[in-house]
Design a binder for this molecule. Structure first.
Ligand code: ZN
Length: 443
């Protein structure tokens, strides 16, 4: 017999009481306790599990056999660590005392990712208890997702080729209430700095202005070279590897929330009228460039100089199919070719991650989408995340078709005070997990 939502929420609340903060103000003991808690739930569902030590917090690796002892192999992923709770004073109720208010469960991790993952595990355990689990599950969780840990990536990279027919990750959610989603791709990212030097020292603008090369002028000119055109495309050399979006994706964009509203909620102006009509392509399926900060002396001081040095922090988002080192090389070649004589350019890279994109027509994604729609009666969008999720990229590189989904809502306040998960959303999550795993039996 499957358990009721009330029983499952009670069990989830036990998990949420463990203050497994990985981002600095938690203890190794609490993180280990959360890992052990998941280990014990996998064993209670009829599986086996172990804690695998890493340099940081242990991985939980478990197996839950199918009801027939055979079937497609599916990898489930989640993370048992949570973000800091600061500022504590902004919480209505204490973050590690789960509380139900207005149909939602409030606690740190309620949505990201303990609640989301628990819905997935409960779906799998429910099927196993009924003798109806058609897939062989491997379950892996890490305790350093919130701090960009690498141990689960290393673990995935060590898995033999062809070990899994699919991966299912609940660490995302709906695009809007009543509108489920699968993220079939993530963007890559490059962050770095560009420094322009035009001389040995700053010069008096009354003596040399008009005759001397100004580092801030050069920097701003080079930044404009990188800025996307009116069609949103970067310079051609930075578009290498970008495939057009599929018709399935394009059809979904028209059903997503109004971009003007999304930007209004974010409190920022649209880039252009065209950027609004082409918003979802540009924010998920195209590479982008942003200047994150510009430094050149102190703009608060009244100094009449020709500065000899200016620096910009810059970042790019890449799409699946692009190669991050080759892209960064192309950025440098483009800007060096456009820099005036007398300007020295220095590039440094701070971080680099590859993107990934799955064909929305892959059987794994199609089956999951149909399963979600028929189980919940809600539309399910196939989108891509605009952000970088290295785990998904690692799965793509291992050739494991991956469904990234979940039952969170956009306003669950993850990483913020009063994080919560609506209980009806949690129940939908369990339904979704059951339906997807049942459908994966047909892979
Ligand atoms: Zn998460």
């Amino acid at each position: 017999m499957s358990r009721t939502t009330d029983e499952l929420i009670e069990e989830l609340s036990d998990f949420l009481r463990i203050p497994s903060i990985s981002s600095g103000d938690g203890t190794a003991e609490d993180l280990a306790a959360a890992a052990t808690w998941v280990h014990d739930r996998i064993v209670a569902a009829g599986g086996t599990a172990e804690l695998v030590p890493t340099e940081v917090n242990p991985l939980v690796v478990g197996e839950l056999p199918s009801s027939t002892g055979t079937g497609p192999r599916v990898l489930l992923y989640g993370h048992y660590d949570v973000q800091t709770v600061a500022p504590l004073a902004d919480w209505t109720t204490p973050p590690f005392e789960p509380t139900i208010r207005d149909g939602a469960l409030y606690a740190r991790g309620a949505s990201d990712d303990k609640g989301n993952f628990h819905a997935l595990l409960a779906g799998a355990a429910g099927l196993a208890a009924e003798g109806a689990l058609p897939v062989q599950l491997t379950i892996v969780l890490d305790g350093e997702e919130e701090v960009g840990g690498h141990s689960v990536i290393d673990w995935i990279e060590q898995q033999p080729a062809g070990a899994y027919d699919a991966a299912l990750v609940f660490d995302a959610g709906f695009v809007a209430p009543g509108h489920a989603a699968i993220e079939a791709g993530v963007r890559g990212v490059i962050t770095g700095t560009l420094t322009v030097r035009t001389g040995e020292r700053d010069a008096h603008s009354g003596l040399y202005g008009g005759g001397a090369l100004n580092a801030a002028h050069v920097l701003s000119r080079l930044i404009s070279e990188l800025e996307p055109g009116p069609d949103g495309r970067l310079h051609e050399s930075l578009m290498v590897g970008v495939a057009p979006a599929s018709p399935v994706e394009e059809a979904v964009w028209a059903t997503l929330p109004d971009p003007a509203d999304e930007l209004a909620i974010a409190g920022i102006a649209p880039r252009s009228p065209e950027a609004l009509t082409d918003y979802y392509r540009r924010t998920t399926a195209m590479p982008t460039f942003d200047v994150n900060a510009i430094t050149c002396r102190d703009a608060g001081a009244n100094r009449t100089i020709v500065p000899c040095e200016a620096t910009a922090a810059i970042s790019f988002r890449l799409v699946g199919g692009q190669n991050a080192p080759a892209f960064w090389q192309a950025v440098q070649e483009l800007l060096r070719s456009r820099a005036p004589a007398g300007a020295d350019l220095e590039f440094s890279v701070r971080g680099m991650a590859e993107g990934a994109a799955f064909d929305p027509e892959l059987p794994v994604i199609r089956l999951a989408r149909e399963a979600i729609e028929s189980a919940t009666g809600l539309p399910c969008a196939v989108t891509r995340s605009g952000g970088a999720i290295p785990l998904v990229t690692a799965l793509a590189q291992q050739g494991v078709p991956t469904v990234l989904s979940g039952c969170a809502l956009p306003n669950d306040r993850i990483h913020a005070p009063d994080e919560h998960l609506r209980i009806d959303q949690y129940a939908l999550g369990v339904q979704m997990a059951r339906a997807i795993l049942t459908a994966f039996g047909r892979l």
